[in-house]
Write a protein that binds this ligand. Sequence first.
Ligand code: ACO
Length: 402
Amino acid sequence: CIDIKALRSETGCITMDPGFGNTGSCYSSITYVDGANGILRYRGYPIEEIAEKATFVETAYLILYGELPNPRQLADFRASIAEHAPLHTSLEHHFSGFPRSAPPMAILSAMLNIISCFHPEVLDVHSEGPGFDKTAALLLSKVRAIAAFSYRMATGKPLIHPNPSLSYCSNFLHMMFSEPYREYIASPVVEKALTLFLVLHADHEQNCSTSTVRVVGSSRANLFSSVSAGVCALWGPLHGGANAGVIRMLEDIKTSGRPISHYLDLAKDKSNDYKLMGFGHRVYKNFDPRSKILKKRVYEVLNELQQQDPLLEIALELEEKTLKDDYFIERNLYPNVDFYSGILLRAIGIPLNMYTVMFAIGRMPGWIANWKELHEHGQRISRPRQIYTGETTRSFVPLAQR
Ligand code: ACO
């Protein structure tokens, strides 16, 4: 690690690293990733242990505050999340203004920004104290309600209000799937599967969306606009959008009847942009530990729910073929978190256009924690340089002479 503080712009020296593959942008004590060995830890706790033992709310607390909560802290945190679950009535009206076909990620990003209009007191929030605690709980709570409401609106169903007696995950499923006279009660299998999904997505150091949150936050923009920008970055198919892309790809393989080798050839052919969705990672060059956990759990969930998914068979075959293919071996391309997560979401009934929104709900603790840390460290405003490749000086040509 070279600290280039000494080379600041006054020396005229610029490090060129498009896509920031080798550029550290901050010091952080939230999440540790060792890409060569497939290691991921939240605040020092291995992801395998967290995935097995922690609820999403506990994980969120750990990521935000650095320690696992004691029973009292957890109860208070849960109560605060429950308290902030309902959306302001005026905020609910905004939903009716969107067309039914509106992409849920666009709604989520817009609504997260709009919340601040209804809670102006939290606009001025800093990185600690009761103001921060309230805002963090409010965001964790409201992102869930906004996501569920966008689904209800798109399907023409009445909004279902949160039930404070339910757990974080059950409450989300209730807002998604209950009907006015028929309450949806999540089975323990479904609740556990959703918990696992959210826990595995809770943070992942300086990925595209978290870096975006930090870049926006570095101008001292408020937490709401910063996470709203994070949602936009997550939306892209090379980032969070890949989870839906995987299912579309597997569906395509299933319906086209073409052999898997055809898709491998397409992905290897550099004359097009085609990529195997859910494969490859900027940091993991061995395996993505989240993908390993998901692959194992997806079997168990399908078994427990007595479901069979033909897409799982295709996914397994695809993975197996890539493991024997030189192109994928040489480039260290293995399944990432998005490869098996869609099959899990399908099994518990989440519609395809909500997959990336689910990712955003899961990633919210990481975005908030990174925004908090940025402020605690008093980070300089993010402002990369460039190497200019345009014209040198030219004289203005009057319109008549052009
Ligand atoms: N299919 C085919 N080839 C690939 C794939 C893929 N999925 N991923 C990378 N490659 C190739 C690249 O074309 C490149 O080939 P080259 O050396 O011949 O030019 C080589 O592997 C190295 O890849 P990079 O371009 O260096 O990978 P980068 O770190 O820039 O991108 C990314 C990582 C975006 C994840 C990429 O692997 C990708 O597009 N994967 C598919 C989309 C995806 O699954 N995204 C989710 C990522 S995880 C997350 O965001 C939660």
